[in-house]
Design a protein around this ligand. Sequence first.
Ligand code: ZN
Length: 224
Amino acid sequence: MGPSTDLKVFITTRESCCDECGEDLGRSAWITLAEEKGALCLSCADLDHLIFLPAGDAALTRRARKHSTLVAVVLRWSRARKRYERQGLLVEETALDQAEQECLADADARARRRERESARRAELDHQYVEDFAARVRELYPGCPPGRDVDIAQHACLKYSGRVGRSAAAKSLDEGAIRLAVTAHVRHAETNYDALLAQGYDRWDARAQVEGDVARVLSQWETQE
Ligand SMILES: [Zn+2]
């Protein structure tokens, strides 16, 4: 996959707002620019499951890119140089894990991995994750073990930092749980990410995987 097909994520330098969900993203938000829709937050763009890998380690970057189905280049406008500068990549966590393992000869990789894991854990609100996972199991008793927690952790990271308690509570609504599970199934159980990586429009890609998503969801809704 050449650089020309990479998705681009921009770190904005002014107040912005997502044109799809309407959320106020504040300053220096991470957004994508869609032709008709304007600015989209990473949740709406379906990129919020990706992990940021800062530029600087060429070997790690090359390997992570190789293993990740979906890659986005993160760019920030430099006022001084009057051009966009590359900050790093967004890649799948499993791809980054694999790349780090391949780089393990290098002791720094271990340290970086520990740092990344502890930064992530610090962001998680454990009560929220437990409650969310319990709701997922309630609605999807046939969900494979562990997925309820993966989905809950992702939801927690998404809601932490930018919204308060009321929004977190709202995200435990049945509708919100179903949306979170559907998004997870799309990424984890279908070739949706591969379609996005090929440059498919999100809505066309969703239409293509709709049947697969529905099939998995109905399996998960049924107790094994
Ligand atoms: Zn949005």
